[in-house]
Design a protein around this ligand. Structure first.
Ligand SMILES: Nc1nc2c(ncn2[C@@H]2O[C@H](COP(=O)(O)OP(=O)(O)OP(=O)(O)O)[C@@H](O)[C@H]2O)c(=O)[nH]1
Ligand SMILES: [Mg+2]
Length: 218
């Protein structure tokens, strides 16, 4: 990967945030990006966009993390597949006090896999753990569900800032790790292609030499 002297990220990772209406998707991303929380957070209209610039391990190389915060309202659903298609990771939120928001997790995961297959990080987030007395979904139940769906699982509270940073740190590390691996693979592929070219050239040179020998022998 080329070093970027201007600090302006050239590379980007796209992350789509999904889940039912009012599960706290916008509150979670705002807690992470602007470190604030609003008890009267307004429903998202269509899609919102948040950006975070992340440095890879003090290398002065930066990656842009683009978060697409979707609306959980039915009337905006048609917009979502386009954003899923360009994503390397999907965060699917439910509300631990709302059973219905948990029941639809499989459908969200299916939507993601239908669009981009299995080559994507999927995280299931149970939000609002500050409302422990109203909890309807146990942590164990959700852990089992996430395992069944092949997703990583976290419980958070956007309101009390519980576990939010820890979760995003893990997501960043997963994506950066994958990113470095892909770049490394690309470099290996390029080296392999160069090697192949060299071998073809060498083999052609050998053929030419053999032909010259033959002609001299005749
Ligand atoms: N107690 C509590 N309330 C929360 C938490 N996170 C969000 N809320 C509240 O839940 C409501 C919905 O939050 P949003 O962030 O707008 O939910 P959303 O999933 O983005 O909703 P849509 O954009 O309509 O899909 C708001 O009143 C928030 O203040 C939390 O961790 N704890
Ligand atoms: Mg929202």
């Amino acid at each position: 990967m080329a070093q970027n002297t201007t600090n302006e990220p050239r590379e980007k990772c796209s992350i789509v945030i999904l889940g039912e209406h009012l599960t706290g998707k916008s509150s979670i991303i705002k807690r992470y990006i602007v470190e604030s929380f609003d008890d009267h957070e307004q429903p998202t209209i269509g899609i919102d966009f948040f950006l975070k610039k992340v440095e890879i391990d003090n290398t002065n190389t930066f990656v842009k993390f683009c978060f697409w915060d979707t609306s959980g309202q039915e009337k905006f659903r048609a917009l979502i597949p386009n954003y899923i298609r360009s994503a390397q990771a999907a965060i699917i939120c439910y509300d631990i006090t709302n059973e219905q928001s948990f029941q639809t997790l499989s459908r969200w995961v299916q939507n993601v896999q239908e669009e981009i297959g299995n080559d994507v990080f999927i995280y299931i987030l149970g939000n609002k753990i500050d409302l422990e007395q109203e909890r309807r979904i146990s942590k164990e139940q959700a852990q089992a569900k996430a395992k069944e769906l092949g997703a990583q699982f976290y419980e958070v509270s956007a309101k009390k800032a519980k576990n939010v940073l820890e979760f995003f740190k893990k997501l960043q590390n997963d994506l950066l790790g994958n990113f470095i691996l892909q770049t490394h693979n690309q470099q290996q592929q390029q080296q392999f292609e160069c090697l192949q070219q060299d071998q073809i050239q060498q083999s052609n040179q050998l053929k030419n030499l053999e032909q010259d020998d033959k002609q001299q022998g005749e």
